[in-house]
Write a protein that binds this ligand. Sequence first.
Ligand code: SF4
Length: 202
Amino acid sequence: MYNIEIIKNFKSRNIEVTFFKTLEDVKDKILDLIPINSTVGIGNSKTLKEMDISRLLCERGNTVFDKTLAKSKKESKHIKKKSLLTDWYITGTNAISKDGHIVNIDHSGNRVAAMIYGPDNVIVVVGKNKICNTLQDAIDRVRNIAAPLNAKRAGYKPPCLELNKCVDCKTDQRVCFNLVIIEGQYEKDRMKLFIVDEEIGF
Ligand code: SF4
């Protein structure tokens, strides 16, 4: 799975790429990389839930802002805001292209906001199932695969759930108000992309 072209293409956009065999290896790397006295924001992601990273960071002493641990909508909103100015931000993404784009589809936009600006360091974890040949393939993936499955996970029922494709709906069940393409980073090595040789998330 190791691909020198992918590394080269992301590097040319100031994004560092590392390949990992398993999600377990990624977890160890993250725990090693992030100092215990750092604050950490977490983007809502099936991949991160599988790693149980929030609990592990909390237990060893990091201050963690993870909205999925909130007990109310008010607290969730507060956590989302706090996570925008953390030392580190860890998130999944919905697709990457081989030529170096990170493509995201997001509901309220807190996750993509933190990826773009705020936290000093950003780690993006992605499984091999989300590697797309072109930017257009990545956009098609986030609209027609990631959005419907995320809607299902969150208990929404937009039309794409039945149709298996996006129809740019305007219903109150819409889950994707932000389609964000990260083309690169102004600050070199602020963003690290961890690609895992496993099928994870959607
Ligand atoms: S715009 Fe509507 S139909 Fe399209 S992916 Fe989003 S929720 Fe689904």
